[in-house]
Design a protein around this ligand. Structure first.
Ligand code: GDP
Ligand code: MG
Length: 685
C-alpha cells in the first residue's frame, strides 16, 4: 500500500476542520508542533489502495513569516514536503481565499483545491468554469461541501492522482510583470550561483521572491553578502519605480492574478445588491447599536447558562452527595477510617466540586458554538476590536474574559477561538483577574462582616473593578514585553451568515466539554487527594484530643496538619499584609478551589460544624479590622489561580512554564499590591 502525506491548508473558517473530520473520521490524533503551542491534528484514511495521512495545518490567510501559524504552515509545506497540499477554499468568497493559493503556487507545491462551501456559492449565484480555472491555476479543483460530506470521493481521487504525478514544474505560474520579473531574474541567478543549498531546498525562484519581499526568515538564511547586496539594489530600484515596498507590490500582483483568473471563469448569475447578510450586518456592526446588541446577547448567554444550568447542577450535586453517603456507608457509623475520609472528603468532594459545573460548561459552549457557526462571533469581534486593540488584544479576547467572571476554567478553554498565539497566551494569563463565581463566596463572607449595608454594594463593585483594571494593565504590559511584536496585518473578515448544522455544533460543544471532563477531571482528582493528605496528616496524638468536642478536635487536627504548619510557617511573610496563620491556612486551602477558603476558615474558627456564616463573621469581626477584610478580598482576587485554572492553563498552553509563570506572577502581584494597600491603609487610619 502506498502512503501519501496530504497537508490541509486554508483560511480560518474555510471549513478545513470539517473536511478533515469528514475524511479521517475517527482515525485522528491530536498532538502539538514541536516547540510551540499550536495544535497539530493528524488523521489517516484509506482510499483505493493508498493510505493517506492528513495533516490539518493552522488556518492562515497568507504565508508570510509574521505569525506562528504562518511559519508552521509554510515550514510544513516547504520542509516536510507533503506529497499533496490541499488548499481548502471558501468558494463563496473566492477572491480573498485564493490569495493563499497563489503563494502555494509560488512554492510549486503539488496542489489540489477543494472549493468548499460550494453550496453557499451556488446559493449566491456563482457559477464556476472549473475546467478553465483549473488550467489557470494548474491544479485540480474539486467542489466540496464539508458540512454535508459532498465531494469526499472526488477529492480523494484528486489527491491520489496529484500525488502520483509528483512535483512538476508549472508552465506559467504567476507573472509579476516586466520590472519585477527582471529583478527576480537577477536575484534568482545570484541565488543559484551562490546559495546552492537554499535554491535546492526551496527552489530558486521562491527564494528570490522572498528576498525581494525582505522576508526575515529567508534573509536570515543567506550566507553570502554579495547576494544581499544584489537584493538591496533590486529592492531599492523597485521602490524607486513603484514608490512602495516590494512586498506590497507583490501582494497587489497576486490579487491581480486572482482577479483576472476569476473574471475569466466565474459568472454571477444573479445580481444581488443587498443580501440578508448585509442587512443584518448594517445593524449588528452599527457604530451605535453594535456594542449594546453584543452586550445584550452576551448577557443573555450568561443568564441562560447559569439559570438553565442550575437544575442539572443541583442534580449532579445531589448525585455526588449520594455517592459520598453511599461510600461513607461502607464503614460503620462514626468510624474515622482514613480511607473513608480520603474517598469521601478528598476524591469525591474534590472531583464532584468541579464536575458539577459541567452543565454550565455544556450550555456555554453550546451558545458559543452557535454564535461562532452562524458567523456572529466575527461581528462581535469586529465590534469589540476597537476597544480591545488599545490594550493590544484582539476583539475576540473579550469573550473568554467575560466568561472568566463565571469561571476561569471554561474561559481559558474559550480562548481557542483566538487564532493568534500571542493574543491567546496574553488572554489566558489575565483571565484569572476576572473575578470568578467561586471568589464570590469569599466576598459574600467578608463584606457583610466588615461593611455596613450601605457600603456593601460599592465595595463589591470596587473589587470587581480592580480586577478588570489590573487585567487591562497586565495585558498591555505583557504585550509590550513577553508577548511583544507580531502586529500581523489583520483584515477583519466578515463571513456571510450561515445556518449552523446541528452536527457541527454538537461536535464543537462535545469536543470542548469532553476535554474539560477528561483533563481537568484527572488532574483535579489527584490534587484533591494531595490537599486532603496535607490537611489530614500528620495527626495529633489521640491524648491531645481527649475531652475536646468534635469541632475543637478538628481545629487542633488542622493546626497540627501540614497545611496548618505551612500556615504557621508563612505567617511572618504574610504578616505585613495583615494576615495571621489562620488566614494563611485558609488561603493555602483556597488554592484547591477558592470556595475552600470559607470552609477552611470555618474549621480554624470552629464554626464549621454549625455551618453558620454569621458565627464565622462574628469571629472575623472580633479578630480583624475592615482593612484586613478588604486585603483578604484583594489578595484572593489577584493571587494564585486555583489548581483547576493552573491545570487548564497547562493544558491549553501545553507548557508548565506558562502555567507557573501565571501562578507565580499573579501571586507576586497580589503580594505587592496587598502589601501597599495594607501599609498605606494602616498609615492613614
Ligand atoms: P476551519 O476554521 O477552516 O477549520 O472551519 P470549520 O471546519 O470549523 O468550519 C467553519 C464553519 O463552516 C462550520 O460551522 C462548518 O459547519 C461550516 N461549513 C464547513 N464546510 C461547509 C460547507 O461546505 N458549506 C456550508 N454551508 N458550511 C460549511
Ligand atoms: Mg479549524
Amino acid at each position: 500500500m502506498k502512503r501519501i502525506v496530504a497537508a490541509l491548508v486554508g483560511n480560518p473558517n474555510s471549513g478545513k476542520s470539517s473536511l478533515f473530520n469528514l475524511i479521517t473520521g475517527s482515525h485522528q490524533h491530536v498532538g502539538n508542533y514541536p516547540g510551540v503551542t499550536v495544535e497539530k491534528k493528524e488523521g489517516v484514511c484509506v482510499h483505493k489502495g493508498h493510505e493517506i495521512l492528513f495533516v490539518d495545518l493552522p488556518g492562515t490567510y497568507s504565508l508570510t513569516a509574521y505569525s506562528e501559524e504562518e511559519i508552521i504552515t509554510r515550514r510544513f509545506v516547504q520542509e516536510d514536503r507533503p506529497d499533496v497540499v490541499v488548499d481548502v477554499v471558501d468558494a463563496s468568497n473566492i477572491e480573498r481565499n485564493l490569495y493563499l493559493g497563489t503563494q502555494l503556487i509560488e512554492m510549486n507545491a503539488p496542489l489540489v483545491f477543494a472549493f468548499n462551501m460550494s453550496d453557499l456559492a451556488k446559493r449566491r449565484g456563482l457559477v464556476f468554469d472549473l475546467e478553465q480555472l483549473s488550467r489557470l491555476l494548474e491544479a485540480r479543483i474539486v467542489p466540496t461541501v464539508g458540512s454535508k460530506g459532498e465531494g469526499r470521493e472526488a477529492l480523494l481521487d484528486a489527491i491520489v492522482e496529484t500525488a502520483r504525478e509528483g512535483r512538476k514544474p508549472r508552465i506559467h505560474g504567476l507573472n509579476y510583470g516586466g520590472e519585477i520579473e527582471e529583478e527576480l531574474a537577477r536575484v534568482e541567478s545570484v541565488v543559484l550561483s551562490q546559495e546552492k543549498e537554499l535554491a535546492d531546498k526551496y527552489g530558486s525562484r521562491w527564494v528570490a521572491l522572498k528576498l525581494i519581499e525582505q522576508d526575515d526568515e529567508i534573509v536570515g538564511k543567506v550566507q553570502h553578502k554579495e547576494v544581499l547586496d544584489v537584493v538591496t539594489k533590486s529592492v531599492f530600484h523597485l521602490r524607486g519605480i513603484f514608490r512602495d515596498e516590494p512586498e506590497i507590490i507583490l501582494a497587489d500582483r497576486r490579487y491581480g492574478f486572482i482577479s483576472g483568473a476569476c473574471q475569466e471563469t466565474i459568472k454571477n448569475s444573479v445580481e444581488r445588491r443587498h443580501d440578508a447578510s448585509d442587512v443584518i450586518d448594517a445593524i449588528v456592526t452599527n457604530r451605535v447599536l453594535g456594542l449594546p446588541i453584543f452586550l445584550l446577547l452576551m448577557y443573555t448567554v450568561f443568564w441562560l447558562t447559569f439559570t438553565l444550568g442550575e437544575y442539572p447542577m443541583l442534580g449532579l450535586e445531589w448525585c455526588f452527595g449520594r455517592l459520598g453517603a453511599a461510600v461513607s456507608g461502607l464503614w460503620p457509623a462514626g468510624s474515622d477510617s482514613w480511607l473513608r475520609s480520603l474517598l469521601v472528603d478528598g476524591a469525591i468532594a474534590g472531583v464532584g466540586g468541579v464536575v458539577i459545573f459541567l452543565p454550565n460548561i455544556l450550555l456555554l459552549f453550546l451558545a458559543i458554538a452557535m454564535l461562532e457557526d452562524t458567523g456572529y462571533m466575527a461581528r462581535a469581534a469586529f465590534v469589540m476590536d476597537r476597544i480591545m486593540h488599545k490594550i493590544g488584544l484582539h476583539g475576540k479576547s473579550f469573550i473568554p474574559m467575560l466568561i472568566g467572571f463565571g469561571c476561569s476554567v471554561p474561559a481559558i478553554m474559550a480562548t481557542r477561538i483566538l487564532e493568534n498565539r500571542r493574543n491567546r497566551l496574553t488572554t489566558i494569563m489575565v483571565i484569572p483577574l476576572m473575578s470568578c463565581g467561586a471568589r464570590l463566596t469569599i466576598y459574600s463572607l467578608i463584606i457583610p462582616a466588615f461593611f455596613t449595608p450601605h457600603w456593601r454594594g460599592p465595595v463589591m463593585w470596587l473589587v470587581y473593578l480592580i480586577g478588570i483594571l489590573l487585567a487591562v494593565i497586565c495585558a498591555k504590559a505583557l504585550r509590550l514585553t513577553v508577548f511583544q511584536g507580531d502586529t500581523t496585518p489583520f483584515v477583519m473578515e466578515l463571513p456571510p451568515y450561515r445556518m449552523p448544522t446541528p452536527r457541527s455544533i454538537a461536535i464543537h460543544m462535545w469536543q470542548r466539554s469532553w476535554m474539560f471532563l477528561k483533563k481537568a477531571g484527572t488532574v483535579i482528582l489527584w490534587i484533591s487527594v494531595v490537599l486532603w493528605v496535607l490537611a489530614s496528616f500528620p495527626k495529633p496524638a489521640p491524648e491531645r484530643l481527649v475531652g475536646l468536642d468534635r469541632e475543637h478536635a478538628q481545629q487542633v487536627a488542622l493546626e497540627y496538619s501540614v497545611i496548618g504548619r505551612v500556615g504557621r510557617f508563612v505567617e511572618p511573610a504574610i504578616r505585613p499584609l495583615g494576615f495571621d496563620w489562620r488566614i494563611g491556612t485558609a488561603l493555602i486551602g483556597s488554592v484547591a478551589a477558592k470556595e475552600v477558603f470559607v470552609s477552611q476558615l470555618g474549621i480554624v474558627y470552629a464554626t464549621h460544624t454549625d455551618n453558620n456564616a454569621d458565627a464565622l463573621r462574628e469571629k472575623l469581626q472580633a479578630h480583624y479590622t475592615p482593612l484586613v477584610g478588604f486585603c483578604i478580598m484583594l489578595f484572593s482576587l489577584i493571587a494564585t489561580p486555583c489548581f483547576a485554572t493552573v491545570a487548564m492553563t497547562r493544558q491549553e498552553t501545553r507548557s508548565w512554564r506558562w502555567a507557573a509563570f501565571q501562578f507565580i506572577g499573579l501571586t507576586v502581584l497580589a503580594y505587592v499590591i496587598t502589601l501597599v494597600v495594607f501599609q498605606v491603609g494602616r498609615f492613614l487610619t
